[in-house]
Each structure stands twice: as structure tokens, then as C-alpha cells.
Design a binder for this molecule. Structure first.
Ligand SMILES: *Cc1c(COP(=O)(O)O)cnc(C)c1O
Length: 473
């Protein structure tokens, strides 16, 4: 492949394409304009019999694939949570692909396992977490959360690992506690772990979308009094809709008293704890059994890289470890990460995080996060000064929820207006925003998090949103 220099020449073309893309991302509509079935119609239904040229494949990438891309790595992507693949991490991904490491066992790439330990130790220190926490990389927060809940189930000592749950009369009903603001992956984990959706208890929230700790205490006590077994309470630091944070310290006191596993979901907001002024976000989580943070959300590494910190990695290993004969290795005192989750094979994800942390340094990362938070505050200020537009939830971090209202008309009319504004704004193509429902009402949501987002981008976003609202109001 490399003998005739073809690889080098083609990779240089790919590098040039990526460089142009990153310099000039703003020329693309953020939300893809593709219609359902466009790409399927454009591609042959059957695979080619003979290999095709790189030129032909790359041309189709540019002409057919890219138009079907919604540009998450666009500085004007303000929907959901805005993310970034920083240039240096793109190179790290290419190197990881070249090495094609499967880090299932320590010996199947000692450096992959040990770099994971080192970078997650760095990240733990950056976040101010105590050394008692051991970090492990998974693909997404959904899988990190599932893994934590599986460990919580194992910690109950009910022999579910060996005997299962079906047909057993000696098992109590297991319960998981969340709020209606908790990310849906917890409920999915409850489905997968045999807890069942009916046993996912929604604890009431306060006016600022935070769990009411007294209500959690009541729910736990009621379950305990009726012979049901609390398996895990989930507190969120930075909820997906509004970035509200549950009162973790109060929740911790309640779960500790009743010996219930506390899982803290800080997938988006966790990275903010690298800022001294936001350290307190995670401080009360130090007593939790498990914490999730997603570097792929707000630490400038590409999807996917989620980190689960657990107090008791040995319990995680006991939950999942099954060592087939052909995987037995002589090393002791090493981590074989296949033992700590469902997956056997594992990508070398730590490499991109290591490249990112070294390239920016802690201060560089802090500057980016601070800038995002400041931009969100400035945006919220514009919203506050706009007649007939209101802030819909507190905005402690880099996400602002807001809503246009129509004086003299009802909430349903306002819901329709906000949905129309969003569609209009997104059809324009220069920015992309999303919406959510808060207390049943439609609100718009602007999330800042891409490392290349500038103040001008946010100014433009407000201008486009405001113009659309004036046209449609
Ligand atoms: C985004 C998000 C998730 C899900 O993250 P994935 O990595 O996509 O699974 C979970 N919890 C919170 C609070 C989130 O913001």
C-alpha cells in the first residue's frame, strides 16, 4: 500500500480536506438539508464486485455523503449539546486507527490500558475528585450509566449474576429513583437490567427542575416499609433539558443513611468542575458510588468517549468478569478492562484525551469553558431585554432555555409560535437550535460548546432567532 507512495498522497488529500473543512465549516448548512431516502437512492443497492479507486470513493464522500451530514463540529451548532472534535484529537483518532489496538487485556496493548489509567488520573485531579475514584472509559454515558447500575444491582448481594431474576420468589422488587429531568438512559438501563419501567420512581422536582430531597427520602422509606429494595438513586449534575443540578449533598445524606447506591450523572456539566469557580458542582458528589463525565461533550474530544468513575472497581469486575480459557493471562496486578463491562473489544480511546489534555493544558481547557459560559450569559442578557421573550430556566452553565410569548394569547399558541420559530431558524441553515418541554410547554434551547464558536456566531444566532420571531409573532 505504501510502496508506491499512494497512501501518503491520499492521506495528504484527506488532511487537506479536513483542514479546509475546519477553516471553512461555516459555509455548510448546519442541519443537513437531506430528505429521507436521498442517500439510499443515490447509492447502488449492491456492493461493487471489484475494488474501486480512491478517487471515486472520495468524490462520492464529498458529493453524496457530506450533503447528508448535520455538522456537529460546526461552530454554529447550538442544538442539544454543542460538541467539538479538536484538530489534534482528529489526528489522535487517525493514529489509533492505524494501530488498530484492541485493548481488551493489558497484554493486548499495555500502553492503551496504562494510558487510560494515567489520563483518567489526570482528569480526576482536574475535576477535583478524590483519588479513591477509579476511572474507566466506555463509549457513551448511556453505557457508563448502565454499567454503574449493573454494579449497583450486584452490590445488593442477591446472587442475580448467578441465578438470574426470572422465576425467583425470594427476590424483592428492585427500585431506581430519578426525576422527570433525568436522562432517559437510566430508564433504559432499568429495562435492560430487569428492574422494569414501573420500578423507576420519579421523585418530584422543585421550581428550578431539581430533585426534592425530602421527596426522595419519603419514596425510599415508603419502598423500604413495603419490602421493596432500593437499588440506586440517580442525581444529575447538569440535566439534559436545562442543565439544572440536583442537590447532591442532601441526596447523598439520604442515600448514605439508607445504604443506597448513589450514581451521579454529570455527562455534560462534569467538565465545568475543572474551573475553580465551578468546582463545587462535583464536590458533593465525592461521596457517590459512581460518577459519569463525558469528555466527548465538553472537553473537545470527538465522539465517543465517556468516563465512569467508581469507588469500588473490584465490584465492577465482580459484576462482569468471565474469563474464557483463551483469554487467561499470566499478569497479575494489571487491569484487563474487558472484565469491567459488557464489551470484550475496546478501542484505544484514551489516546485522543491524552492528546487533548496535553495540547490545551488545564488552563487552555479552562479558558474555553469560561468563554462558553460567558457567551451563554451574554445571550441570556439579550433574551432578558427582548419584549415578549423570557428565560425559561436558570442558566448556570453554557445552555440557555428561552421562550417567546404572545400577549393576550394562550400557552398553546405560544408553543406553536416557538416551534415555528425553531423550524424557520433551522431552515435558514446558518445556525441549528433545538427545543425541549418544560412543565409541558415548548421552549427553545441554545447550547454553546464548540471550541471554534466565537462571539460573532452567538450574535448572529440571536439576530436570526429574533428576526424569525418578529416575522412570525
Ligand atoms: C448527553 C447526556 C447523556 C447521554 O450521553 P451519551 O454519551 O450520548 O449516552 C446522559 N446524561 C446526561 C445528563 C446527558 O447530558
Amino acid at each position: 500500500m505504501t510502496e508506491d507512495g499512494a497512501f501518503r498522497e491520499r492521506f495528504a488529500r484527506v488532511a487537506a480536506w479536513i483542514d479546509d473543512y475546519l477553516r471553512d465549516t461555516r459555509r455548510y448548512p448546519v442541519l443537513s438539508r437531506a430528505k429521507p431516502g436521498d442517500l439510499i437512492a443515490a447509492l447502488p443497492a449492491s456492493p461493487p464486485d471489484e475494488g474501486e479507486s480512491f478517487d471515486a470513493i472520495f468524490r462520492d464522500f464529498e458529493q453524496l455523503i457530506v450533503p447528508g451530514i448535520t455538522h456537529w463540529n460546526h461552530p454554529r451548532f447550538f442544538a442539544y449539546f454543542s460538541i467539538s472534535a479538536a484538530p489534534v484529537t482528529i489526528m489522535a483518532e487517525a493514529l489509533a486507527a492505524a494501530l488498530d489496538v484492541n485493548a481488551m487485556l493489558w497484554r493486548t496493548s499495555p500502553a492503551a490500558t496504562e494510558l487510560e489509567d494515567v489520563t483518567l488520573g489526570w482528569l480526576r485531579e482536574m475535576l477535583g475528585l478524590p483519588p479513591a475514584f477509579h476511572g474507566i472509559i466506555y463509549d457513551t454515558a448511556s453505557i457508563s450509566g448502565y454499567t454503574a447500575l449493573a454494579a449497583a444491582r450486584e452490590s445488593l448481594g442477591l446472587e442475580i449474576r448467578e441465578r438470574g431474576m426470572a422465576g425467583r420468589h425470594d427476590l424483592p422488587v428492585l427500585r431506581v429513583y430519578i426525576t422527570d429531568q433525568t436522562h432517559s438512559h437510566i430508564e433504559k438501563a432499568a429495562i435492560a437490567l430487569g428492574v422494569g419501567r414501573e420500578n423507576v420512581v420519579r421523585v418530584p422536582i422543585d421550581g428550578d427542575f431539581r430533585m426534592q430531597p425530602e421527596a426522595l427520602a419519603r419514596a425510599l422509606d415508603d419502598d423500604l416499609a413495603h419490602g421493596r429494595r432500593p437499588m440506586c438513586a440517580v442525581a444529575t449534575v447538569g440535566t439534559t433539558s436545562t442543565t439544572s443540578s440536583d442537590p447532591v449533598a442532601a441526596i447523598r445524606a439520604i442515600t448514605q443513611e439508607r445504604n443506597v447506591w448513589l450514581h451521579v450523572d454529570a455527562a455534560y456539566a462534569g467538565p465545568a468542575a475543572i474551573l475553580p469557580e465551578f468546582r463545587s458542582l462535583l464536590d458533593p458528589a465525592h461521596g457517590a458510588e459512581s460518577i459519569v463525565v463525558n469528555p466527548h461533550k465538553w472537553l473537545f474530544v470527538p465522539i465517543d468517549l465517556s468516563v465512569l468513575y467508581v469507588r469500588d472497581p473490584e465490584l465492577l469486575r465482580r459484576t462482569f468478569s468471565l474469563v474464557a480459557d483463551y483469554l487467561v493471562t499470566p499478569e497479575t496486578d494489571v487491569h484487563n478492562y474487558m472484565d469491567y463491562g459488557l464489551q470484550l473489544g475496546r478501542r484505544f480511546r484514551a489516546l485522543k484525551l491524552w492528546f487533548a489534555i496535553r495540547t490545551y493544558g488545564v488552563h487552555g481547557l479552562q479558558q474555553h469553558l469560561r468563554a462558553h459560559i460567558a457567551l451563554a450569559r451574554e445571550f441570556a442578557g439579550w433574551v432578558e431585554h427582548e419584549p415578549d421573550c423570557e428565560i425559561a430556566a436558570p442558566y448556570p452553565l453554557s445552555v440557555v432555555c428561552f421562550r417567546f410569548v404572545v400577549p393576550g394569547r394562550d400557552d398553546a399558541a405560544a408553543d406553536a409560535l416557538n416551534a415555528e420559530i425553531m423550524d424557520d431558524v433551522n431552515a435558514d441553515g446558518r445556525i441549528f437550535i433545538s427545543s425541549t418541554k418544560l412543565r409541558g410547554r415548548t421552549v427553545l434551547r441554545l447550547a454553546i460548546g464548540n471550541e471554534r464558536t466565537t462571539r460573532e456566531d452567538v450574535v448572529l444566532a440571536w439576530q436570526i432567532i429574533r428576526d424569525a420571531s418578529l416575522r412570525l409573532r
